[in-house]
Design a protein around this ligand. Structure first.
Ligand code: TQI
Ligand code: ZN
Ligand code: ZN
Length: 170
């Protein structure tokens, strides 16, 4: 079953149109940006939430960046595997990814086979956006919010449990 953060934090009712921006210090390809757009889309599909990519990193609701090691928030990244990414509960909007991971963007099976310790970016993004919106971890193994991911695997489809959790909040 899904869980929520203590106090059930969520984005306020009058904030259904949320903006996100990428840290200008790590310029990303359109392909990488489209992976995040797809990941947001999976949650937008089952809620009244809308997500728009804007340029301004200082004014967006959600901020996304790739960082290595200690990046100033007291939760340093740790190189390949271990911690892959973290996101904070509403209304923080901070979504950080470990730049040292071997992120797989295209998601096709061949890219997993050829990359050591490959981590599927879209799978991690869908999970972390769940946290950004207020979901904790789930005990349902197939769910997006289950706290384990298999390297070289892709898990991007919301389960009923994920949908029930997000629809309770929004
Ligand atoms: N990062 C952890 C996570 O996102 C950070 C974390 C631990 C956390 N406990 C938390 C965040 C409680 C919010 C609330 O779960 S991670 C997975 C999964 C990670 C883990 O790098 O370990 C995914 C990132 F679910 F597979 F374990 C993405 Cl999908
Ligand atoms: Zn961080
Ligand atoms: Zn998690």
């Amino acid at each position: 079953h899904y869980t929520l953060f203590p106090g059930e934090p969520r984005w306020p009712r009058d904030r259904r149109d949320l903006t996100y921006a990428f840290d200008p210090r790590n310029p990303l390809t359109d392909e990488v940006k489209s992976v995040f757009a797809r990941a947001f889309g999976r949650w937008a599909e089952v809620t009244a939430l809308n997500f728009t990519n804007i340029e301004s990193f200082t004014t967006s609701d959600i901020t996304i960046g790739f960082y290595t090691g200690d990046h100033g928030d007291g939760e340093p990244f740790d190189g390949v595997l271990g911690t892959l990414a973290h996101a904070f509960s509403p209304p923080s909007g901070k979504f950080h990814l470990d730049a040292d991971e071997n992120w797989v963007v295209s998601g096709d099976l061949d890219s997993f086979l050829s990359v050591t310790a490959a981590v599927d970016l879209e799978s991690v993004a869908v999970h972390e956006i769940g946290h950004l919106l207020g979901l904790g971890h789930s005990s349902v193994e197939e769910s997006i919010m289950y706290p384990t991911i298999t390297t070289g695997k892709r898990k991007v489809d919301l389960t009923n449990d994920d949908v029930e959790g997000i629809q309770y909040l929004y």
